[in-house]
Ligand binder design. Structure first.
Ligand SMILES: [Zn+2]
Length: 430
């Protein structure tokens, strides 16, 4: 069973300065829950993309896993380590005036939930750690490719053999190196003995409160999919050690990870909208004008921001596409529409889906509903009842880079301005 609870996932402009995060729960809640977090610093895509792929590409067969892929979403959007300073230095004492006070308190209370027995925080670090100086990028001051613990043991705490556990993970990672120079090491920061910076970190907050905590770092020198490859090897090993069984929907190889990441980016489902490999710029998108932005996406790394008259859809550190909003009242008059594909029998399609046609489609007329096929015709008249082939739609109105996916919007006809009901996508396939 897969259970997802979206926790504060709707990104609303006003709250950007303070941030919100998503908590995704996998498996069945129990008293041995592992919490994996990413994105505490916004410029570490290896960490947050790994957490997101863990949430979206794994199924938990037995045990309980919580994932927060986007601890610091406002900084992820800005590709900044921290737009309000380094969030990972705010877990000791923090002024009430700090704009991240609320979110830090939320993260703390999540970690303190009695069911959480292990915290794994994913980071990207520079270069490659080596215990002795080798060169500028390989030396004791580098943080890439290490498992980090704050101290060797945490007595009387489940998974408190921090050094033993982390060493097992390092050993596992080193069996799967893509290059010998990627060799993983264990780094014990001995935080309690005076590492002033690490005393303020999320991991040490967990340790102080009697929770086993580990951090995994992948090198910023590596391409993102290789960082994700190493992070997921580490996470899987921690999950095994915690007795959590899982199934993965992709192959854990650099190629398999790359494919899974690309696929995750290619389909974005946001409220009434869907985007398939969207072009870098789309035309008008009908947004709700009742003040509530119905654009909550099913993907924790996707967010919408406003830039003057344009809106940007973000996926992690990237802007996927931009569009111009057209404001409408929203309507829920219908949730499905009848459509004839390739001259077959008409069938009902739930709004918000993509359908495929070889040659043509025709929307069956529905009373009170106006069909608008984007890129066909110019005046706002009902475009149902017309057999539409690809050559009848202007290709520049396509949703995707391959110019094969088109948008059909439905409006409730009213005496004044029509209300937007929803859309479907039609893909012309060969
Ligand atoms: Zn970091």
């Amino acid at each position: 069973m897969r259970k997802i609870i979206a926790f504060l996932t709707i990104f609303i402009f006003a709250s950007y300065a303070y941030g919100e995060f998503s908590l995704i729960k996998l498996g069945i809640d129990n008293n041995n829950t592992v919490l994996v977090t990413g994105g505490i610093q916004g410029d570490e895509p290896g960490g947050f993309m790994s957490a997101n792929l863990l949430a979206r590409g794994y199924e938990i067969i037995s045990g309980s896993l919580y994932v927060v892929p986007n601890l610091n979403m406002p900084s992820i959007i800005k590709k900044s380590r921290g737009i309000n300073g380094d969030m990972n230095r705010k877990f000791d004492t923090l002024s009430d005036k700090d704009p991240e006070k609320d979110i830090v308190e939320q993260i703390k209370s999540l970690v303190l939930q009695p069911n959480i027995t292990m915290l794994i925080n994913l980071h990207d670090g520079s270069g490659f750690y080596r215990p002795k100086y080798i060169n500028k990028m390989m030396n004791p001051n580098r943080w890439g490719n290490i498992a980090i613990i704050d101290q060797a043991t945490l007595p009387n705490v489940i998974y408190g053999d921090l050094e033993v556990t982390a060493n097992k993970v390092v050993k596992e990672l080193n069996k799967h190196l893509l290059d010998p120079k990627h060799k993983y090491h264990l780094r014990n920061t001995h935080t309690a003995k005076g590492d002033k910076e690490m005393l303020k970190s999320l991991s040490y907050f967990a340790i102080k409160n009697g929770k086993a905590a580990y951090a995994n770092e992948a090198s910023k020198t590596l391409p993102v999919h290789e960082r994700v490859y190493y992070h997921l090897i580490a996470v899987e090993e921690y999950l095994k050690l915690a007795g959590i069984e899982f199934k993965r929907k992709f192959e854990l190889t650099p190629q398999g990870v790359k494919k899974a990441l690309d696929e995750d980016l290619s389909v974005l489902v946001c409220g009434k909208f869907m985007f398939y490999s969207p072009k870098s710029r789309l035309g008008y998108i009908p947004l709700s004008n009742d003040g509530e932005l119905e654009f909550d996406c099913d993907n924790a790394l996707v967010a919408l921001t406003k830039n003057k008259d344009e809106y940007n859809i973000h996926y992690g550190n990237k802007i996927v596409t931009r569009f111009t909003p057209q404001f409408f009242e929203y309507s829920n008059l219908i949730n499905e529409i009848e459509i004839r594909i390739d001259e077959g029998e008409p069938k009902f399609v739930i709004l918000g889906q993509k359908i495929s046609a070889k040659n043509s489609f025709e929307i069956i007329k529905r009373d009170g509903v106006r069909t608008n096929i984007i890129g066909y015709g110019t005046t706002p008249v009902d475009e149902s009842g017309i057999k539409i082939s690809k050559d009848m739609i202007k290709s520049r109105f396509s949703m995707d880079k391959d110019e094969s996916i088109y948008r059909v919007e439905f409006y409730e006809e009213t005496d004044s301005k029509d209300k937007f009901i929803g859309m479907i996508l039609v893909e012309f396939v060969k």
